[in-house]
Design a protein around this ligand. Structure first.
Ligand code: MCN
Ligand code: MOS
Length: 762
């Protein structure tokens, strides 16, 4: 099979691409067989503990470390005054300033919880105790608590983000029906089940870092730049990760602290970020605010969309949580305008959290569409279909594929949407109010190249090696399926090795781009390995297939066979022995033709070569539609999500069992976002109050109803080599507005400010 041949579907094999193979790493993870980064049995480890600032803004005027240094077991105390000799690294895009010193610790305090010192001791208890003995005096400054703080006047308008076509102001002003409303989403956190941290070990000028990572190559590059080392001297190892959701894609300041300490002490150092520090050692999703204006004709044709949005960022770096990321893509509209503003607050710099931008953006537009439907007296499903975008109005390009109509229709059918009565408060079950709501979602299909290494080992097993990672989304499994399928072997003959920056290059497991990138490379390498085996079979001395016709040879079920008569069928181990070969190794990449080897690293270690959704003649995105039922008890103000049906177009699905799990995971995070999750900030000092899993609530099993997920996608060869589009993030997009819309339908209360807590319902 060559790359361009259509894929065989419904293959008899229960492990082929497209089949429901269970996670290959699943058993290891649930039985304790998977060794996580901080569990690496590294000997002679010293432990580092961070000292957090207790003010929200201001300056450290003195640090007294004498008591800490005298404390038992303490080996080193690092403060902002310690000369660390580091350099600023390039950003995700690889853009690096000229030589600029990097100070992971600073005397300037810009958020509460910012680390201002670190103590390294023989045991973690000794380090924790000594950290408490570090005496800090501050000069306190005024804290900008959040987006709405009257002191929040350090604002930056991002003109380059603005989207505009037609004349939205005039069309809105002239529209017969108008909706104008403000929507807000709070600060939210990743809270992956495995907290952050690392073990750093030096051997001469070679650095090894065991750290959960969504991007071993990118993190290795940034570490190498901080410590001014050649890239190949840094090895980031991350075979198992207990979730990341966007928070494990880059190294953070504490990585520099641990690596520096390991260098000074000439021994390995472990730094475990505590659960509470996970709210300040790196940023969650920025809080957002957006004002939406929709103008429509009386029969419900959209005429204008205007969105003016803002998100909080830190005082020292810009992070954009685009409130207009999904808005221009959802509906047919001739007039559109958006603006976006960053507001500096005293927080750690926010970060990417599952579907950054698209998520809050969809909360705005999908809530506003529901408001418009009610103003028009129109069914919200009908309004969406009436304004269906048959092409991308923003880029003007055709969609590569957009089966959102099918998603809406199939979802509505399975949910029973036609039985809905339109009026709010019109559906009840005893004293419980019932509400049904819709929300749509999208996620851009990003693309990058990757490489893969395939070895046929002397024992006949097939080994696939890649520096890409699996944080639970299923990489191990789909890589094995892809290799097995293209090579013609059963999947249990394949061993997949992931998570080492010294191995074959891969982009970040972010932006929902890894699966398509890595399966493309693995497929190519496996096809090449198969061709090489067949070539050997035809030519090598000792091969029983010598001088049979090339087109009579095939590999089936792990055996090389010929279609002539009852010729031999040899497994790989026997075959290699007969042709006197130790093993066979094939490395392939999907880099653009002509890429110089020296430039290849840029593809794996930066985002510079990531292709956006409109990089080609088409606009390429994943799509989804959620149908939600809620039950509201007005006496208690409680909302229970009782039923969800969601349909998605993500192109070809590599493994439906895993993709369904991805979609469900996203939807469950959407339930959390709608009903529970919100970082609460103490207005006096900017401290995150609920910085633990007891107070920062995420959904538990009892909060999650039966979720039916449906794939309506078809292979999209504009999207990727095998025809799949991104799956990992689209599931969360549109869930929160679907729930808010259902709550409106149940209660008649329009809540535009997440989460939908009981104080807002009552
Ligand atoms: N898949 C599929 N068919 C496709 C595409 C994907 O069957 N056409 C399935 C595969 O099992 C694949 C998975 O979906 O492994 C995710 O693929 P993809 O959409 O390419 O996403 P990535 O591999 O790049 O993973 C990152 C993505 C992101 S950006 C976040 S955030 C996220 C997510 O995945 N964080 C997760 N899913 C997560 N799942 C778990 N368990 N934990 C996280 O932290
Ligand atoms: Mo996902 S937020 O792009 O890691």
């Amino acid at each position: 099979m060559t790359l361009m041949e259509p894929r065989k579907h419904g293959s008899a094999s229960d492990s082929a691409v497209g089949s429901r193979l269970s996670r290959l790493d699943g058993r290891l993870k649930i039985t304790g067989g998977a060794t996580y980064a901080l569990e690496q049995p590294v000997e002679n480890v010293a432990h580092a503990v961070l000292v957090p600032a207790t003010i929200g803004a201001g300056r450290v005027v003195s640090i007294d470390t004498s008591a800490a240094e005298a404390s038992p077991g303490v080996r080193l105390v690092i403060t902002p005054q310690t000369e660390m000799g580091l350099l600023v690294s390039g950003d995700w895009g690889g853009n690096r300033p000229e030589i600029v010193p990097y100070h992971p610790l600073s005397l300037d305090v810009t958020y509460n919880g910012q680390a201002i010192a670190a103590v390294i001791a023989e045991t973690i208890e000794q380090a924790a105790e000594a950290a408490r003995l570090v005496k800090v005096e501050y000069e306190e400054g005024a804290v900008v608590v959040d987006l709405f703080d009257p002191k929040a006047n350090n604002r930056k308008s991002l003109d380059q983000m603005a989207v505009k076509w037609g004349d939205a102001e005039a069309a809105f002003a002239g529209a017969a029906v108008q909706v104008e409303a403000e929507y807000r989403t709070p600060r939210e956190y990743h809270v992956p089940i495995e907290p952050h941290g690392l073990i750093a070990e030096w051997s001469g000028d070679q650095l090894t870092v065991w750290e959960p990572s969504q991007w071993t190559h990118g993190m290795a590059r940034m570490y190498s730049e901080w410590f001014d080392l050649p890239l190949e001297n840094v090895r980031v190892i991350s075979p198992f990760i207990g979730g990341g959701f966007g928070s494990k894609g880059a190294p953070y300041f504490y990585g520099a602290v641990a690596i520096f300490a390991a260098k000074v002490l000439q021994r390995p150092v472990k730094l475990a970020v505590t659960r509470s520090q996970g709210f300040t050692a790196y940023g969650g999703r920025a809080s957002t605010q957006q004002t939406l204006k929709l103008g429509a004709s009386e029969d419900g044709k959209l005429q204008a969309i205007i969105v003016d949005g803002a998100n909080e960022t830190s005082t020292y770096a810009d992070f954009t949580e685009q409130t207009e990321a999904a808005t221009p893509l959802m509906y047919a509209v001739e007039n559109f305008r958006s603006s976006h503003t960053l507001v500096k607050t005293n927080t750690v710099t926010p970060g990417a959290l599952r579907a950054p931008g698209k998520n809050p953006s969809a909360f705005g537009i999908e809530s506003a569409m529901d408001e418009l439907a009610y103003k028009l007296g129109m069914d919200p499903l009908e309004l969406r279909l009436k304004n269906y975008a048959d092409h991308d109005y923003q880029s003007g390009k055709p969609w590569s594929s957009r089966r959102l109509r099918e998603a809406l229709e199939t979802g509505a059918e399975r949910f029973g949407w036609s039985r809905r009565s339109h009026a709010p408060r019109s559906m009840k079950e005893g004293r419980t109010l019932i509400g049904w709501g819709i929300g749509c979602g999208t996620f851009p299909n990003l693309r990058n190249s990757a490489e893969a290494l395939i070895r046929i080992l002397p024992n006949g097993r097939v080994e696939v090696e890649s520096g890409s990672i699996d944080m639970g989304q299923g990489t191990y499994t789909i890589v094995a399926q892809t290799a097995a399928d293209a090579l013609g072997v059963p999947v249990d003959l394949v061993d997949v090795k992931l998570g080492d920056s010294l191995w074959a290059g891969a982009p970040v497991a972010g932006g929902s781009m890894l699966a398509s990138s890595i399966t493309g490379a693995v497929h190519k390498a496996a096809v090449a390995a198969r061709e090489e085996l067949i070539a050997l079979a035809l030519t090598e001395e000792g091969s029983p297939f010598r001088e049979t016709g090339a087109n009579t040879l095939s590999i089936e079920n792990g055996r090389i066979t010929t279609s002539i008569g009852d010729g031999p069928a040899l497994d790989f181990a026997t075959f290699l022995r007969q042709v006197r070969r130790e093993s066979l190794e094939v490395r392939r990449d999907t880099l653009p033709e002509g890429t110089k080897p020296a430039d290849a690293n840029k593809f794996w270690t930066t985002m510079a070569n990531v292709q956006g959704p409109t990089a080609t003649d088409f606009s390429v995105h994943s799509w989804g539609a959620h149908f939600v039922e809620v039950k509201v008890d007005e006496d208690f103000g409680t909302v229970r999500v009782s039923r969800i049906v969601s349909a998605f177009d993500c192109g070809l699905i590599y493994n439906p069992k895993l993709a369904e799990s991805q979609w469900r995971g996203g939807i469950i995070m959407g339930i959390g976002q709608a009903l529970l999750e919100e970082g609460l900030i103490d207005p006096r000092n900017g401290r995150v109050i609920n910085n633990n899993l007891g107070d920062y609530l995420v959904p538990t099993n009892a909060d999650v109803p039966h979720i039916e997920v449906i794939s309506v996608g078809e292979p999209d060869l504009e999207a990727s080599v095998l025809g799949g589009k991104g799956v990992g993030e689209v599931g969360i997009v549109g869930v929160a507005p679907a729930i808010a819309n259902a709550v409106f339908h149940a209660t008649g209360k329009r809540i535009r400010d997440l989460p939908l807590t009981l104080d807002k319902i009552l």
